[in-house]
Design a protein around this ligand. Structure first.
Ligand SMILES: [Zn+2]
Length: 390
């Protein structure tokens, strides 16, 4: 399984200046090469190299590897563009958008990502530094930092190229890791149903409720702060709003990592799979009072879902996605579906059999049962795959 890990570089001012000059040089060279590729109709690496390699090395002082990567990056950009044109992402042939995209050479932003291979970049995981090629020579002992879990994955599984990128004045390396998947559990004894919600971020059919009051209050505070800052139109208010947004995103990500880790560990320990709702349409499905609406839109459900899927894959835990229709209105005991089964946000009370349960728990049981049905049906017709979409 391929995975990308992003680490933040902590260059000294001198190192940062060298990285900036390097990235600009690589992208200028690539933009120039893209022009040549367009004029000469040379969009394959071997051909384009003939036309551009010597000049790139001389004019922009790129090393042999960097020059090769700049050329390859240009060819990849044309391949992507061609695929997008074919798939209709720029409208029909002959339309103005289509023409705008296809009638001129590709241009790279000065800060666009540049690939680095092992000859241009080496990692010292213990010291948390990298040694990285630049147009001003090799930069040694450039410090980096990241989340503990990600750094572990990086040290053990990094393979192949990494991308150097600059985002908002900060420097990052995006490294590809290749992780062995655990042998998949092809005979789960059951499923853990996970209901993703607003009041509780995740509730499992085992009764575990993730995200208590504390996280919710913090999110509400963030929201208040954001709207206050948005009302002020000053530059510094905008800057602060941006900084807070970044902080909130990091905290959300951290919470999602923790929740997904616990859910997957529990499923693995008990030999079960995990059942999730397909997330498309979660926003349309849920009708909420106004203050909750912003909370919903600010919570990265998709991220939590994808974290669960990838951690499960690593652990060999099968994941199935189930149809989310009526999971909150269906009685998990007698399967009677009625809107009136849910008299309040948190309460489920079946109008036929009288079953009463916390609404999110009831939903998670429905998801668990549907997950099992999906698994059994899928397993009967085909060999069970790791991820089944129902
Ligand atoms: Zn019932």
């Amino acid at each position: 399984m391929k995975l990308v890990v992003r680490v933040k570089l902590l260059p000294t001012p001198v190192q940062a200046a060298a990285l900036e000059a390097t990235l600009h040089a690589c992208n200028q060279a690539a933009t120039w090469a893209a022009g040549v590729a367009f004029e000469e109709n040379a969009r394959r690496p071997l051909e384009l190299r003939k036309h551009t390699y010597a000049e790139i090395r001389e004019r922009w002082r790129l090393g042999a590897q960097a020059a090769q990567h700049a050329i390859k990056k240009t060819c990849d950009a044309y391949t992507t563009l061609k695929a997008n044109l074919r798939n209709g992402r720029y409208g029909r042939p002959g339309s103005r958008r289509h023409a705008r995209a296809s009638d001129k050479p590709v241009v790279f932003r000065p800060e666009a990502a540049q690939p680095y291979d092992d000859r241009m970049l080496s990692w010292q995981h213990q010291a948390r530094t990298v040694s990285i090629w630049s147009t001003a020579g090799r930069l040694k002992n450039v410090a980096f930092t990241g989340q503990a879990e990600q750094l572990e994955v990086l040290a053990a599984h990094r393979r192949g190229e990494s991308d150097l990128v600059c985002q908002g004045g900060k420097w990052f390396l995006i490294a590809t890791c290749d992780i062995d998947e655990a042998t998949a559990n092809t005979h789960p004894v059951g499923f853990v149903g996970v209901d993703l919600g607003i009041v509780n971020i995740a509730v499992t059919s085992d009764g575990a409720r993730h995200c208590g009051r504390r996280v919710r209050r913090k999110r509400e505070q963030d929201r208040d702060l954001r709207s206050k800052l948005q009302k002020k139109q000053t530059k510094s208010a905008k800057r602060r709003a941006k900084r807070y947004a970044g902080r909130e995103a990091r905290r959300n990500k951290d919470i999602n990592h923790k929740i997904s880790k616990r859910i997957v560990a529990e499923a693995e320990r008990t030999g079960r799979g995990i059942a999730l709702e397909t997330l498309t349409g979660i926003r349309e499905r849920v009708r909420l009072r106004k203050p909750q609406r912003t909370t919903l839109h600010s919570w990265p459900f998709a991220q939590l879902g994808s974290f669960i899927v990838y951690k499960a894959k690593r652990a060999g835990v099968p994941v199935v996605h189930v149809n989310p229709a009526y999971t909150s209105q269906e009685c998990s005991q007698c399967h009677h579906i009625e809107r009136g089964n849910r008299p309040a946000q948190a309460v489920f009370s079946c109008r036929v059999c009288g079953f009463v349960e916390h609404a999110d728990h009831n939903a998670s049981h429905n998801i668990r049962q549907r997950g099992w049905m999906v698994w059994v049906c899928g397993a009967q017709s085909t060999a069970p795959e790791l991820t089944l979409i129902a």
